[in-house]
Design a protein around this ligand. Sequence first.
Ligand code: PMP
Ligand code: GLN
Length: 407
Amino acid sequence: VKPTRLLCFCSDRLEFTQLAADHRAVNLGQGFPDFSPPTFIQEALREALSGGYQMHQYTRVFGHPPLVRILAKFFGRIVGREIDPFEDVLVTAGAYQALFCAFQALIEEGDEVILVEPFFDCYQPMVELAGGKTVHVSLRPSQKVEGSGVPSSGDWVLSPEELASKFNPRTKAIVINTPNNPLGKVYKTEELQVIADLCVRHDVLCISDEVYEWLTYDGNKHVKIASLPGMWERTVTIGSAGKTFSATGWKLGWAISSVHNMKNLKIIHLGSVYQCPTATQEAVARGFEREYELFGTPESYFQQLPAMLHQKREKLASCLGAAGLQPVMPEGGYFMIVDLSDQSTEDEPKDFTFVKWLTKEKGLATMPVSTFYSPEHRREFSQYVRFCFVKEDSTLNAAEDILRKWS
Ligand code: PMP
Ligand code: GLN
């Protein structure tokens, strides 16, 4: 039963990824850069691999000491508190395993977990696998005055009343993702404060997936919910080295939280993966040490990457616009969604039909947005398709050729 439950969610992602490969399509579907990570991180890995024998052997189970130390120092400066590297930090096999550990460790049979839709598709099956019940609340586009500018992910908001109505004595946790996949929404402090107030009032945990934390555009600022009053003790903050250094294949991530929560996450990590590769941890540690020194300067990769992606976002938005497709401008992250309301309808959800047609007939792969919703809300949000813009300009140009010919 458990594998079937997991597969019924994850099979959509597998199907669309396979479809892109089968048709050798220009791939704006799956979220990964089709360019190399920055030279400094590649060199850090090379140096680590040519270091002593220790780099090829096991390291500390809960995280390589240099990595947990710099993660604690780096994020301690951001949240403005002392983070204990050996108590409060757990290094995992990607943010994915950090999510898995968090759900397994914190959710008991029958607990309710609030998911904000659209959500990264593994949240629901992972919560259910842990015995929890998911409760859904959707971000919805607020009504804009006709002609009042380009649609933005910032227009998608939660109703504070609807959100409050989802909290009850069975609620154990809420999961948020900022910047959001697939929408690109970057939550503002006021929006996070509404969530934080509810968490504090109802004694609820917050699992905050912040894998795209460095990728914000147009002056939008990423805010960590753990930095709001009363939230440090009740938040598990999750990050990804893959997203941070454009090296998704390294599959290294982390969870940062207070001692009480962390003990249980560590036990799940111990009982499943045990520990992560030493050399990649060493390289990521060196990358963060570099970024610690350069933080806020133009040489910082955390400045350069969003600047580069901002240009790619503009490029993709303009070619989608030229093809008659209406993008929702993302404030952050890897992705841009497009509204298909004007396209024809079929029996299947509109986005599924469109994505299959675009991949098979036109050779351009994308991802249907309804896969980021719970089954009961999929139909309601099936008019959007997700495009990934973290791609070489040559890939975006190839996509543009396809879109222009078709329109
Ligand atoms: N959370 C979100 C929102 C994601 O988009 C992804 C996919 N990259 C992950 C977590 C998993 O990250 P990782 O590759 O580090 O496991
Ligand atoms: N996060 C990326 C996406 O949403 C890739 C995750 C994956 O395919 N495992 O496309």
